[in-house]
Write a protein that binds this ligand. Structure first.
Ligand code: PGA
Ligand code: ZN
Length: 423
């Protein structure tokens, strides 16, 4: 196995025009890997630290030059290290940082290296990244390899748009299909119909951070009625379900949830969701409650046992929080974001703990993204079965779906598409 020869980091821009870290990794056998780090807007307070310079004269304080420089310190520690054991490489960076939240080197510096090394290793093996990841992390791929069900965020609210919609993401979930490419086509066709419906109703069809529309609808009910109509008119009826990422920490303050012009207690919020679920074919709700309102999650889980209840800000891809959640039965699915925890190995630990508990893992982008499609490979390599990577517009979102099309093509007859949601 080759060793790490050089690591070179640079500052690039993400989809919001905000600086982020990109890392190049060159191995001793000449293999090369490049990776770019994403960035959230509705970040959980328990996430690993995204190191920013804070110098107001540069990008309003958002430059990442310190994180870029920290990759040079990482290189001093990792130069000559064998890439055969990725957990060891990540472990060395965690030790070098020495803090629980990666505050010294920055999770953006550490993750950029971790991902770039995985890519370089796959290049050295002359294999696709998804295959290399599966092997490195002990995933036994059978005759059939699962492509993930995409949760497509076609209407953006919350911190991702100025639509006034309290819920951050209203998603379509293609359930009843045999192939990923057909599921994607359904999503794109529904997106086109939705555009026309919004336009005809006099709404804006400009898009938010994740490429979904951001009309000034009155409330969640109106948003979901547009989505339901678009699914119907595109001819997909029962085959396409709905999902929500409430990102409820963003509308929570002092024990009260301010949603759709109402002020609700944690218990009343459960009723609010139950009402929505009774009206629309909603199969998945993410971050229904604020990031430390464990009781709110437990109550919704009990009230709607059939629903997929996903923890994002609740778990922050952190095994200790996921373990707590499993103990409390506070959810039945975990959103997986590489930069919430800061290394590929720890991300895989989070996925594998989730899968072992019989819960679903949903690999996710961030609202600030780049052209990097690492997460498409992570979802296939770790066989998570679900991915959330935005709408059917804007290359920062669509590039992940396009990469999945290529993986499906590469897999040929081995490719499998199974939805955990009934169609
Ligand atoms: P973020 O949003 O990347 O802004 O945190 C995505 C999400 O909440 O799932
Ligand atoms: Zn979320």
């Amino acid at each position: 196995m080759p060793t790490i020869q050089t690591l070179k980091a640079r500052q690039i821009l993400d989809s919001r025009g905000t600086p982020t870290v990109e890392v190049d990794c060159l191995l001793s056998d000449g293999s090369f890997g490049r990776a770019a780090v994403p960035s959230g807007a509705s970040t959980g307070s328990h996430e690993a630290l995204e190191l920013r310079d804070g110098d107001k004269k540069l990008y309003g304080g958002k430059s990442v030059l310190k994180a870029v420089a920290n990759v040079e310190h990482i290189l001093e520690a990792l130069q000559g290290a064998e890439v055969a054991d990725h957990r060891k490489i990540d472990g060395n960076m965690i030790t070098l940082d020495g803090t629980t939240n990666k505050t010294k080197l920055g999770a953006n510096a550490i993750l950029g290296v971790s991902m770039a090394v995985c890519r370089a290793r796959a290049a050295s093996e002359k294999r696709s990244l998804w295959q290399s990841l599966a092997d490195q992390f002990g995933v036994k791929l059978g005759k059939q390899v699962k492509l993930p069900v995409p949760m497509m965020n076609v209407m953006n609210g919350g911190k991702h748009a100025d639509s006034g919609l309290s819920l951050q993401e209203c998603m379509i979930v293609p359930a009843g299909f045999d192939r990923f490419s057909d599921a994607l086509r359904a999503g794109a066709e529904i997106f086109m119909v939705l555009k026309k419906l919004l336009h005809d109703a006099g709404y804006s069809t400009a898009v938010g951070d994740e490429g979904g529309f951001a009309p000034h609808v009155k409330d969640s009910n109106e948003a979901f009625s547009f989505l339901a109509r678009a699914i119907e008119e595109a001819g997909y009826g029962a085959h396409v379900k709905l999902g929500i990422d409430c990102a409820a920490s963003e509308f929570y303050k002092d024990g009260i949830y301010a949603v759709d012009g109402k002020k609700l207690t944690s218990a009343a919020l459960v009723k609010f969701y139950e009402e929505l679920v009774s009206r629309y074919p909603i199969v998945s709700i993410e971050d229904s409650h604020s990031e430390d309102d464990w009781d709110g999650f437990v109550a919704l889980r009990k009230a709607q046992p059939e629903l997929q209840l996903v923890g994002d800000d609740l778990f922050v891809t952190n095994v200790s929080r996921i373990k707590t959640g499993i103990g409390k039965q506070a959810a039945n699915a975990v959103l997986i974001k590489l930069n919430q925890i800061g290394t590929v190995s720890e991300t895989v630990d989070a996925i594998q703990m989730t899968q072992k508990a019989g819960w679903n893992a949903v690999v996710s982008h961030r609202s600030g993204e780049t052209e990097d499609a690492f997460i498409a490979h992570l979802a296939v390599g770790l066989q998570t079965g679900q991915i959330k990577t935005g709408s059917l517009s804007r290359t920062d979102r669509v590039c992940k779906y396009n990469e999945l099309l290529r993986i499906e093509e590469e897999l040929g007859a081995r490719a499998q598409y199974v939805s955990p949601f009934e169609s």
